[in-house]
Design a binder for this molecule. Structure first.
Ligand SMILES: [Zn+2]
Length: 175
């Protein structure tokens, strides 16, 4: 391992930490103004910028988390603003959960995950319903600590997004 490699890894990590700090500040600022940062990003893309998009249609946006806790950490957003699951109609609840199931199946088959954990945070004065899908691979740690693994920079994003997208499209075309 040469000097360049030893130096560049921490620098990359520092840059990544700065970007994440800036993003969190931007989110706080929008919240202070009473603006939902997810609705804002769905409209303008100005909060998250370019993302690794697995699936997007009128109702859903499914992306790779840019600060994943595990490989394949995925965010499924239901586009209409709902604070949490209690605001979903029966029809919406069915559509949202069916979409979760499709993405879980795609993650399992594309990445070889044994199981996929589903988490829906509802922090903040303004919260936009979304689901975090966290794959567990053979031999991985189990339990709630899985949901709190340290976030890392996204690596091999293009490859991962293609794999999950491919599996999702195959599953959808079978229906
Ligand atoms: Zn919203």
């Amino acid at each position: 391992m040469g000097m360049a490699t030893e130096k560049s890894a921490p620098e990359k990590l520092e840059k990544w930490k700065r970007e994440r700090r800036d993003l969190l500040q931007r989110i706080q600022e929008l919240r202070r103004q009473g603006i939902c940062y997810i609705c804002q990003d769905l409209k303008t893309k100005e909060v998250f910028g370019e993302q690794h998009i697995i699936w997007e249609d009128d109702e859903f946006r499914v992306v790779l988390d840019r600060y994943p806790r595990v490989e394949g950490h995925t965010i499924l957003t239901y586009k209409p603003h709902r604070e949490d699951v209690s605001e979903l109609s029966d029809g919406e609840a069915a559509a949202v959960f069916q979409m979760c199931v499709k993405v879980v199946k795609a993650i399992k088959s594309a990445l070889g995950a044994e199981k996929v954990y589903i988490l829906s945070m509802c922090d903040g004065p303004i919260n936009h319903l979304n689901f975090q899908l966290l794959p567990r691979y053979p031999g991985n740690l189990m339990g709630y600590r899985r949901l709190a693994m340290e976030r890392r920079p996204l690596e091999h994003g293009d490859e991962t997004v293609n794999q999950i997208r491919g599996a999702l499209r195959r599953n959808m075309s079978k229906e």
